[in-house]
Design a protein around this ligand. Sequence first.
Ligand SMILES: Cc1ncc(COP(=O)(O)O)c(C=O)c1O
Length: 394
Amino acid sequence: MSLLRDRPATRIVASDGAFRTRMLGIAAGVDDLIALGRGDPDFHTPAHIVEAAKAALDANHHHYTGPTGIQPLREAIAVDLAARYGLDYAADEVIVTAGAQEGIMLTMLGLCSPGDEVLITSPRFTSYDSAVELCGGTPVPVPTFEDDDFALDVAEIERRITPNTRMFVLVSPNNPTGAVTPPAAIRAIADLAIRHDLLVIADEIYGQLIYEPNEHLSIATLPGMRERTVTLNGFSKSYAMTGWRVGYLAAPRELVEMLTEPRHTLSINTSTISQYAALAALTGPQEPFEAMLAAYAERRAWLMPALTEAGFTYGHPGGAFYIYTNVASTGLAAPDFCERLLRDTGVMVFPGTMFGDESTDYIRISYLQPLPLIREAVGRITAFAAARGARTGS
Ligand SMILES: Cc1ncc(COP(=O)(O)O)c(C=O)c1O
């Protein structure tokens, strides 16, 4: 045991997953828990998708598929990307992956070499850091700030470009801030990528979860960008399918060909049953998705003024299902705030430090509970903060 522990491969970097584990451990012992921590929808997967998975089982789809996925799903993804975002990918330019997560790792395995620097919108989904580091590269955060709603500033990207910069990871809407990068900024990023010869990884997993008047623009639709972009997406967030582990990447055919063998090495193929479920998600009725989106919109519309009224500030989220909220006024650093809030009130939220934020001022609230529970949670958070205010004398 200790022999193996003492001989990790050089690519393994120490990381501290202890905080998340501790929070989940505390949460397991809380009776009236309100979980607003993880990015996992409270809705169940729509019934017609579940039925399609059952039908796939009954039809004996119990076997391996090709490593890039079943053809009808790859076709449906290509059709959906064209219809929804105006993207131009053929079915054989799609690789179905085990969640967008595997798409991230596969993309980095294919494109990130030791010594490469990878720019990424920050605060951020830190699996990117891990994937880049496993490939010997260096993640370079591009900070965003509350005073402009965590908008991505193209000058901040450009300032960090060095001769080693290989690519930029654009996550819009972003996790944990919900910030949507507007079309004008996407165009500026495209110009920058072309000028500096950068690759772009466009993580559009929240691309369907956009609130008016925000707009999503897929960067690979812009002139000169298709050949330098990998578009990542998945079913977890839009169709409440986190446990099915199905996502995809779309990229020019030559890259898909190069990534097919590594993709086979990772897990051979995405669960066959899940692929049939995903096919139903795209080709079946979209009303269940629209109903979930409407519920998220209603929760967001209630939550923003409620937080303001409770004395908190935040970046206005244009998409996803998160509000990145400033808790500095409580006098507690975010990890401490989250742990005490959970112990004292049963409300679980995550600190911004889990998303690579160097500031300890922020928490991410996932509005992934029914509105009455969100109301109850905000009541508990407000009382908790008020008690802290009394203690800190502020
Ligand atoms: C920005 C981003 N990309 C990718 C993922 C991974 O999603 P999946 O469940 O499709 O693997 C997540 C999950 O939270 C995410 O927030």
